[in-house]
Design a protein around this ligand. Structure first.
Ligand SMILES: [Zn+2]
Length: 124
């Protein structure tokens, strides 16, 4: 997975902040990929994690089927809090999140560990 994500980084459009990120969402049947797309106005861009999630949803995936989330960037970076919100809203909290840097270092958490006090549908 690390080599695939490293290769996918070349498709990132990190023209503004120079922070390429690639992500993969793994189910029992398929893998869905995404890269970040930066724009001059940060809010108009999208992170790799949400790009992969929304692409998977577009293809008809029930995000509860996602077993693993893999993310690669220059440094080990956890999904930002906007992505965490989207992941909490659609994925199972037991989903594993693997984060890698370019040297191959890895950190592993569950979505629940990354979001110990989530805001969710139950709060509405
Ligand atoms: Zn994000």
């Amino acid at each position: 997975m690390k080599e695939v994500l490293k290769d996918l980084l070349k498709n990132s459009r990190s023209d503004y902040f120079n922070y390429p990120v690639s992500a993969a969402l793994v189910t029992d049947k398929e893998v869905y990929y995404g890269v970040n797309v930066e724009t001059s106005s940060p809010a108009a861009g999208i992170c790799a994690e949400r790009n992969a999630l929304y692409s998977a949803i577009t293809k008809g995936l029930n995000p509860k089927e996602i077993k693993e989330i893999h993310v690669m960037s220059k440094t080990i970076g956890a999904p930002c809090f906007i992505c965490r919100q989207a992941l909490v809203d659609y994925c199972d909290m037991s989903t594993k999140v693997y984060m890698y840097d370019l040297e191959g270092n890895t950190k592993e958490y569950t979505l629940n560990e990354l979001c110990t006090h989530p805001f969710s549908k139950e709060n509405l």
